[in-house]
Design a protein around this ligand. Structure first.
Ligand code: DAH
Length: 337
């Protein structure tokens, strides 16, 4: 009997290393501590013992049961403690990379364009989105019956017929002329608004960069030089250029600038609609009436101006062929640029 008690004690002590989880403990309890467990079985056999051995064996068995119970309770405590203090955060997992937003492709394009003009000596000016008819049209030599003034093209502010959402960045030219004196060399980026049907090619809100240079003896050759230098830095060295005669009320003469398609090299592709050319800017020599409206004497000064659409350039550079994609805030699109 003593031998058997020793054996069970040894078994209990060996079990120690295996007590890690609640399941291990439960197994331990079922083996030793329940009614049909090994310890109780030994107690049951006390009946067969001669009287004089009973007290001794009884003591040994009580010690054995205390040992098993103490070990059980000790380990239960330990396991409960590790469970409650186990960090919720698994520090061995790889870190989660925080998504940091970045500049919108339209503004990346605008930044790049501004950067190039700044490196060519231009300063940056801005004007209000809500303009008046005077700056948006009158001062820019639009005749009173010009169709752009029509409600169909322009968003007027209902409560005040003289206020409108600017349809182009050209009114900032007038504001710059009033605020500074020649020589004037400014670019004016900003958002503009037109009452256009929304499609893959046009939105009611878009962005432009306006340019203005006024000094003594400014010539069309300087306008060409600036536009060509800008385009080479923006789109690449190997471009060909075409200045097509055009018309704007605020410039005379006026031109539209085409660059050879930098995607197909002028061969003709979907983007240039198989013409080999991309239209990128309107420009011209500032009309004498506009200089006068800006408080500048056209006999003393001349100047050139230009206007570029930013979305158009961003579409060319990103390959996005539906202008609406810029504003749908789909991160699968925006995160690519
Ligand atoms: N304001 C014109 C537009 O919105 C663009 C433009 C053309 C601006 C010629 C200019 C310019 O400064 O000289 O279509």
């Amino acid at each position: 009997m003593i031998e058997e008690i020793k054996k069970v004690e040894e078994e209990i002590r060996n079990y120690l290393h295996e007590l890690r989880t609640r399941e291990d403990l439960e197994k331990f309890r079922n083996t030793f501590l329940v009614k049909k467990g090994k310890i109780q079985q030994l107690f049951d056999r006390m009946r067969e013992l001669p009287k004089e051995e009973k007290p001794k064996i009884g003591r040994l068995l009580n010690d054995l049961r205390n040992l098993a119970e103490n070990l059980f309770n000790e380990h239960l405590d330990k396991i409960s403690h590790t469970e409650s203090t186990k960090p919720k955060l698994d520090l061995t997992l790889p870190g989660r990379i925080d998504y940091i937003g970045h500049r919108h492709p339209i503004y990346q394009t605008m930044d790049r364009m501004v950067e190039i003009f700044v490196s060519l000596g231009f300063k940056v000016a801005e004007g209000p989105d809500i303009e008046d008819e005077y700056h948006n049209f009158d001062a820019l030599n639009f005749p009173p019956d010009h169709p752009a003034r029509d409600m169909q093209d322009t968003f007027f502010i209902k409560s005040d017929k003289k206020l409108l959402l600017r349809t182009h960045t050209s009114p900032v030219q007038i504001r710059v002329m009033h605020a500074t004196k020649p020589p004037i060399r400014y670019i004016m980026p900003g958002r503009v608004y037109r009452n256009e049907a929304i499609s893959a090619r046009s939105l009611a809100e878009f962005h432009q960069i306006e340019g203005l240079y006024i000094n003594h003896n400014v010539t069309f050759a300087e306008l060409k030089g600036t536009m060509i230098e800008f385009s080479r830095r923006m789109f690449g060295e190997n471009l060909r250029f075409r200045f097509r005669p055009s018309f704007f009320p605020f410039t005379e003469p006026s031109a539209e600038l085409d660059i050879s398609c930098f995607l197909c090299g002028g061969e003709g592709c979907r983007v240039c609609k198989y013409t080999g050319w991309l239209e990128i800017a309107g420009c011209g020599m500032v009309h004498p009436n506009v200089l006068r409206a800006g408080g500048i004497d056209p006999e003393e000064y001349t100047g050139y101006a230009f206007g570029l659409g930013i979305e158009r350039v961003a579409m060319l550079l990103t390959g996005i062929d539906d202008i609406r994609m810029f504003y749908q805030n789909d991160l699968r699109v925006l995160a690519q640029f």
